[in-house]
Design a protein. Structure first.
Length: 101
């Protein structure tokens, strides 16, 4: 996730600033729904930003009302590929398994 944000900052500082602002807004529950955020199922959500390219950060909740961002993508379309959803779900499962130890 850090690499995604670093690359976004270097390639498109305006979109980077909008995504970071969106992540900060997620601290407030009123932003946990559209248009900023959208549930994807199985506890996974997306933070959405429309710019030159659609930027999405996939995230989930953990105990203590914490939010963990696990995957970032940029694309021209409106859909998230099955591959990207799979990557995010694998990371979410891995994170939860390690947190239980």
């Amino acid at each position: 996730m850090r690499e995604f944000l670093d690359e976004l900052k270097a390639s498109d500082p305006d979109d980077f600033a909008a995504v970071v602002a969106g992540l900060a807004k997620l601290r407030n529950r009123q932003y946990h729904r559209e248009p900023l955020s959208k549930p994807l199922g199985d506890g996974l959500f997306e933070l959405r930003h429309v710019g030159k390219l659609n930027t999405r950060v996939l995230w989930f909740f953990v105990k203590g009302r914490r939010i963990v961002a696990v995957h970032g993508i940029r694309n021209k379309g409106q859909t998230i590929s099955a591959r990207d959803l799979g990557t995010a779900r694998e990371r979410m499962i891995d994170w939860r398994e390690r947190a239980e130890r």
